[in-house]
Design a protein around this ligand. Structure first.
Ligand code: FDA
Length: 397
């Protein structure tokens, strides 16, 4: 096939995920001829698996402070121009039932399929075409835009949008393709690592905690001056639950994590008071008031706290209080991209326009969604970034 016989589109978007589909509908409604291509056999696979199958599609309290980036101001403009309320209006227009599970966190009442179907319907109404099972093998620049070599023949376009996501969950189609394209066009890609991911433990602690698998308790987890007060879950492999997932995005190999197991209590004052008023109380009994019983007794056993409080000296009580309020662990690592919800790092946003998501010296090449160095906290923020960055590019591409 010759160059002239390649199918031509105004906009080609690589990646039929959250950001790509949102961008496609937005550009399509502007009258642009849009094609979305994806190598997967289905669009939006991560949308379907998100939020335990019910997609935590936005967070009403989302602010730029909920995002990590080497260039923290970059996300502000797009997030301001397309807000959680804007996405909620779209969801409501499609009559999708939703509920607020935790403050600000909106989930589908029935299924994440509702969000994917909504995006596909929007793409259809906007006239955007979606081509699946299509691998892109090469991208080159032309006088009028870009030329793509794909498994189903050559394509050309005026504007090219890269929406290929991050590296997490390779079995769902994640690839490093977006980073390769960025490097090909001279962009810097910041080091990537798994985020919102469970921790693995050193063998000794893993064995000690193994009997507690399945137990969850509210904690305050702290690492590198960030802390999250949310539930922690003990698993067969290590520690998970919202508190651990959130703090994992701030953790680097070798770092300690400090866990306050009783964040609502003044532990030392409580124990001193109990020793005076109810001297026969044990630490295990105190713990059982605030922690799941099985967790309380196993944690107590782990530290060998026996006997009534009347036998504890001030220094002993101080030590118990420190251990409970500042239980310090050094994870062996994380479960990595295999189970991570997101990829931290990625395309350095200093080379992109915060208004359009286009490369600064290459206005027809755009990067949106998770492939760029903007990563949200747990709780619907990552989808909000996908929607907002998709709309920002779709409005101009
Ligand atoms: P996304 O990964 O959605 O899409 C990228 C697309 O590009 C995929 O369809 C992929 O097949 C395609 N692609 C990749 N390489 C390609 C190539 N070489 N050629 C062609 N196509 C290619 N967030 C949130 O806010 N609320 C939530 O409830 C959850 N829950 C959740 C659960 C789980 C298990 C995971 C793994 C993640 C979440 N997330 C989440 C995060 C959220 O899913 C994620 O941030 C967005 O899907 C990112 O959207 P993107 O469109 O950037 O990438």
């Amino acid at each position: 096939m010759t160059a002239s016989s390649a199918s031509h589109y105004d906009v080609i978007i690589i990646g039929a995920g959250a950001a790509g589909l949102m961008c496609a509908a937005t550009a399509g409604y502007r009258g642009r001829r849009v094609l979305v291509i994806d190598h997967a056999n289905k669009p939006g696979k991560k949308i379907l698996m998100s939020g335990g199958g019910r997609c935590n599609f936005t967070n009403l309290n989302s602010t730029p402070a909920n995002f990590l980036s080497d260039n923290p101001h970059y996300c502000i403009s797009a997030l301001k121009r397309y807000t959680p309320q804007d996405f909620l209006e779209l969801v409501d227009r499609h009559g999708i039932d939703h509920e607020e599970k935790a403050p600000g966190q909106l989930f589908c009442k029935d299924s994440a399929k509702d969000i994917l179907n909504m995006l596909l319907t929007e793409c259809e109404w906007a006239g955007a075409e979606i081509r699946l099972k299509t691998a892109v093998t090469a991208v080159s620049e032309t006088d009028a835009g870009y030329r793509l070599k794909t498994g189903s023949g050559p394509l050309t376009c005026e504007a090219l949008v890269i929406a290929t996501g991050g590296l997490s969950i390779p079995t769902m189609g994640a690839t490093g393709f977006g980073y390769e394209i960025a490097r090909q066009f001279g962009l810097e890609v910041l080091p990537t690592r798994a985020g919102l991911v469970p921790f693995t433990l050193q063998p000794e602690l893993k064995t000690q905690l193994a009997p507690l698998a399945g137990i969850s308790c509210p904690v305050d987890a702290e690492c590198n001056r960030q802390h999250f007060r949310e539930p922690m879950l003990v698993t067969h492999r290590g520690l998970s639950g919202p508190a651990m997932l959130q703090i994992s995005s701030y953790w680097y190999p070798g770092d300690d994590i400090s866990i306050n197991l009783l964040p609502t209590q003044q532990i030392e004052d409580d124990l001193m008071g109990l020793r005076k008023q109810k001297p026969r109380t044990t630490v295990a009994q105190y713990l059982a008031e605030y922690l799941p019983k099985r967790f309380a007794s196993a944690f107590n056993e782990l530290h060998g706290w026996t006997g009534p409080l009347q036998e504890y000296k001030n220094a002993d009580i101080e030590q118990v209080a420190n251990t409970l309020g500042d239980w310090t662990i050094k994870p062996a690592g994380t479960e990595g991209y295999r189970t991570a919800e997101v990829t931290l790092g990625g395309i350095d946003t200093r080379q992109l326009s915060s208004k359009t998501m286009a490369v600064l010296d290459r206005p027809n090449l755009y990067f949106i969604g998770e492939v760029v160095d903007v990563t949200g906290h747990l709780g619907g923020h990552n989808f909000q970034w996908a929607w907002a960055s998709g709309v920002a590019a779709g409005n101009v591409a």
